[in-house]
Design a binder for this molecule. Structure first.
Ligand code: GS8
Length: 217
């Protein structure tokens, strides 16, 4: 028990979920520690003094911060099973490009869809649908963004699918009618235990988002 990696996390976080999926894809046992943001743990504050955010993976006593960085670290620290990246440099560069697109475009847009109202929400919906269509065309007819195997881009994006129901409810639109292939991809990913075990129930996320809206909008 003493040497298990520790994951500092927060259950509805799509960033925390990335670390959970990555660790489970590698079959790595870890200790999950839920953070309370109104009273952050000393370990979180020491481990991520710059951003004070989860996820943080503490492995051999050393903290790794930022979700995509954690996913890459997990791939490098446990290289034997299920590599997240292709072996050729170009394929690797492409994977990093698309995960960065998810962080730069998709992340902001999705927040506006469920966490804002009025004009800002409408603009967010437009950006979200644009981003989803771009991602769908990148996926094309492949089973996964990583081609035949589930990889880095899949991990970076799939965690948002637990929020899709919340986007649809508060944004009042259907993701499936905008991008059916992306929904089929999400269902395919959910068949993997590493994913289904790591993503919370969509209904719980809807309730969480509703509470956020009640308190903040
Ligand atoms: C984002 C992490 C983040 O926003 C990453 O790891 O990819 N770019 C980072 N973490 C949030 C929870 S999810 O919304 C967090 O830790 N917030 C704590 C706070 O804001 O106090």
């Amino acid at each position: 028990m003493a040497n298990l990696p520790i994951l500092l996390d927060y259950w509805p976080s799509m960033f925390g979920m990335r670390a959970r999926v990555a660790l489970r894809e590698k079959g790595v046992e870890f200790e999950y520690r839920e953070e309370d943001f109104s009273n952050k743990s000393p370990l979180l504050l020491q481990s991520n003094p710059i951003h004070k955010k989860i996820p943080v993976l503490v492995h051999n006593g050393k903290p790794v911060c930022e979700s995509l960085n954690v996913v890459q670290y997990v791939d490098e620290a446990w290289p034997e099973k299920n590599p997240f990246f292709p072996s050729d440099p170009y394929g690797r560069a492409q994977a990093r490009f698309w995960a960065d697109f998810v962080d730069k475009k998709f992340t902001d847009a999705q927040f506006k869809v469920w966490g804002k109202k009025g004009e800002e929400q409408e603009a967010g919906k437009k950006e979200f649908i644009e981003a989803v269509k771009i991602l769908e065309s990148e996926l094309g007819d492949k089973p996964y963004f990583g081609g035949d195997s589930f990889g880095y881009v899949d991990i970076s994006l799939i965690t948002f699918s637990s929020w899709f129901q919340a986007y649809e409810k508060f944004g009042n639109f259907s993701i499936e009618s905008e991008s059916p292939k992306l929904i089929a991809w999400a269902k395919r990913c959910m068949e993997k235990e590493s994913v289904s075990k790591s993503l919370p129930d969509s209904e719980k996320i809807v309730a969480y988002a509703a509470e956020y809206r009640k308190n903040n909008l």
